[in-house]
Design a protein. Structure first.
Length: 111
């Protein structure tokens, strides 16, 4: 189904190729319907599948991971798996900044 106006802001929709960024990497240009007003981008299903396939090829897929909390002395530690650590270029001894957004979300910022 082709959209003429944006569902978010009722702006005009144009078809164009846009760069797709996933986890900070540019996966290439893909056809999308883009709102000229709020820049909202919508990809068709086959394009979404193609993007998923490319991100899998690049090893960016499935980086979301569950981790268990361990007791380390009086503190607790969370193990970050090898894939994510490599992707983020995290090395032993490196300092990161932790901040909690709310009671359910902890952000790890790499300076
Ligand atoms: Zn819009």
């Amino acid at each position: 189904m082709e959209r003429k106006t944006c569902e978010e802001c009722a702006g005009k929709i144009v078809k164009k190729k846009v760069d797709y960024h996933f986890l900070g990497e540019n996966l290439g240009k893909f056809p999308a319907e883009v709102c000229t007003q709020c820049s909202e981008q919508v990809f068709e299903e086959d394009v979404t599948k193609k993007i998923a396939a490319i991100s899998k090829q690049k090893g960016l897929w499935g980086l979301n991971d569950r981790a268990r909390v361990n007791q380390i002395g009086g503190s607790v530690g969370i193990t970050i798996n090898k894939k994510i650590a490599q992707f983020l270029s995290l090395k032993k001894g490196e300092e990161v900044i932790l901040y909690h957004e709310n009671k359910k979300r902890l952000i790890i910022q790499i300076p």
